[in-house]
Ligand binder design. Sequence first.
Ligand SMILES: Nc1ncnc2c1ncn2[C@@H]1O[C@H](COP(=O)(O)OP(=O)(O)OP(=O)(O)O)[C@@H](O)[C@H]1O
Length: 251
Amino acid sequence: MSDYLLRTESLVKRFGGLLVTDSVSIDVRPGELHAIIGPNGAGKTTLINQLSGELAANSGSVLFAGENVTALGIHQRARRGLLRSYQITSIFEGFTVLENTVLAAMGAKEHAFRFWKPMLARQDLVQIARQALEVTSLTDLADAPAAELAYGQRRQLELAMALAAQPKVLLLDEPMAGMSAQESAGVVALLKRLKGTHTILLIEHDMDAVFALADRITVLVYGKAMFSGTPDEIRNHPEVKAVYLGDEAIG
Ligand SMILES: Nc1ncnc2c1ncn2[C@@H]1O[C@H](COP(=O)(O)OP(=O)(O)OP(=O)(O)O)[C@@H](O)[C@H]1O
């Protein structure tokens, strides 16, 4: 197996005259939690959009699981296992938490939803869905209609649905945004549980969470990948401290 699952090579994205992704080359290794950090406007979301296929790069390549996926769209990448949480499957309000998660599992495996079969009759998919609900601590809400979920629970359901699709790489853009402190702690605990068994690329502003979770971190500044390294290497990197962290201590 190669030493990376997801790689960008000299990726470039411009919005008019603004260079937002400046020849970015990063590697995400199998099983690692790789965080992208950087000041506001550094280009983190733009980068993840090019990984998921939501945005086309101006030049450069995205390689995934040994394949050049640069020319592929969102759904083609998702079907190969490069998946952004919430992107493919949206929550159906009238369905229960379990039914939504079964649909996500089904969508990943089959080309069309087979609504003529009762979805909960698909034991294989129900099992995958129940596992995803267990991991995301949603088991108690399995039979609740999605419409009744609180904001934080909906975000958890999005994660459960992404996991039910059994991605090879999960792209997470600020999964804790808008959550209460308690819900955020729940997501940190969840990501800790997923570490090692799942490969995750995470964008997150909460530095405590990033430094507690990441195996490796890439620092993006003005669209450039300044440095990739372990949390300790990032903490002790003089240039990173100066440019990104200012005088603040981290970790
Ligand atoms: N569709 C667009 N058209 C024009 N400019 C854009 C577009 N999307 C993003 N930008 C600009 O590109 C730059 C990078 O934005 P991006 O959202 O990728 O940064 P970010 O690191 O995710 O920021 P934040 O941490 O604030 O979420 C910003 O200057 C932003 O204004």
